[in-house]
Design a protein around this ligand. Structure first.
Ligand SMILES: [Zn+2]
Length: 349
């Protein structure tokens, strides 16, 4: 994710922190001194555990997990698409909140005997026992908030996985999205009638409402894309470049055509792929007179005309590219781009 700093790697997953997250230690230190700092570090560690729990179960189901990024609003695990199999989605989604509930239970007795009942049940930044008491409460809050049956919370996915066992995935999504909308409206209403209005609750309500709608759009677009193949959208014309073409020549082609990514062909064989990102990220370092072979990628996915558009879109997401060469019987026969896929979607939505 852009603007994030890589901290370390755990189980092959890199743990990142977004620079906007760094504002929180400052705020918490201002409010609670070192006790505030302790609490925000506890939040950081517990949110990381929560996301790791999702990620490890996801990995067990074959989902690619690239990284976990901590944002001020919570943690985000960047995963390949979560399986539409209800049982797997359920296991992946429940893993995070379940870990927090387990930790809350595990922490309860030691904290109770160490801090005493009074401090444990009145968490604050005033005394150290009260600050340490947050270890229990943060876990409960993470579990509780994430179990709300509304997208984008884990509870929304859990609800869908239950519904999807009884009906189609799309219908299950639509009902879960309606739940999300109802929750958002209730939160928004409570936020507005509070005296004074509860701004944070209103922001959360808007966030939930939009995320629920986005989930519906995404699932609908997947349903559409499943029914189309590469051959249905493959543009008739496409351009290739040779490994010795200079970047300046490629730029000229880009400006005069609709194509931004190019198969690199030598003696009729596909030997590389040059994406617009490769050009942009190298142009300042290497200048524009270098040949294509210096910056082209040698490892890239290819598809055939029979691939479904949904599988192509997934490959693009996993490799973070906007186009993929189409190859049949070892011969390049076109290039399919995110734009081509987007056109189908925008026409049929
Ligand atoms: Zn979660």
């Amino acid at each position: 994710m852009k603007g994030s700093i890589k901290l370390f790697k755990l189980f092959g997953i890199s743990i990142n922190i977004h620079i906007t997250f760094l504002i929180l230690p400052i705020i918490f230190f201002t409010i609670g001194g070192f006790k505030g700092l302790f609490v925000i570090i506890a939040v950081f560690v517990l949110v990381t555990f929560h996301e790791l729990s999702h990620s490890l179960v996801a990995k067990r189901h074959g989902v690619v997990v690239k990284e976990i990024t901590l944002l001020p609003i919570g943690g985000v695990a960047s995963m390949g698409s979560i399986p539409e199999k209800p049982q797997q989605e359920f296991e992946i989604s429940i893993a995070g909140p379940l870990l927090n509930i387990l930790m809350a239970i595990l922490f309860f007795v030691p904290l109770y005997s160490l801090l005493g009942q009074k401090a444990l049940f009145s968490p604050s930044f005033e005394t150290w026992p009260q600050a340490i008491a947050y270890l229990f409460w943060i876990n409960l809050m993470l579990a509780g908030f994430n179990l709300l049956p509304a997208f984008p919370m884990d509870g929304g996915r859990i609800l869908r996985s239950f519904l999807a066992q009884r009906m189609g995935y799309l219908n299950a999504t639509k009902i879960a999205v309606n739940f999300g909308h109802i929750f958002a409206l209730i939160f928004g209403f409570i936020g507005l009638i509070s005296q004074p209005p509860h701004i944070l609750l209103i922001i959360i309500a808007v966030f939930i409402y939009m995320a629920a709608s986005a989930e519906e759009t995404q699932v609908e677009s997947k349903e559409i894309l499943k029914n189309f193949k590469v051959k249905d959208v493959l543009p008739k014309d496409f351009l290739t470049v040779s490994p010795n073409t200079t970047i300046s020549k490629v730029l000229e082609i880009v400006f005069h055509s609709h194509q931004e990514d190019f198969p690199v062909v030598e003696n009729g064989a596909l030997i590389g792929f040059l994406t617009s990102q490769d050009i942009v990220s190298n142009i300042h370092k290497l200048g524009i007179e270098r040949p294509v072979k210096d910056i082209m990628r040698k490892q890239f996915p290819v598809v055939t005309r029979a691939n479904s558009l949904i599988s192509v879109q997934l490959m693009m997401q996993e490799d973070n590219i906007k186009a993929i060469p189409v190859v049949e019987d070892g011969i390049i026969c076109g290039i399919v781009s995110l734009e081509d896929i987007g056109r189908v979607y925008s026409m049929l939505r």
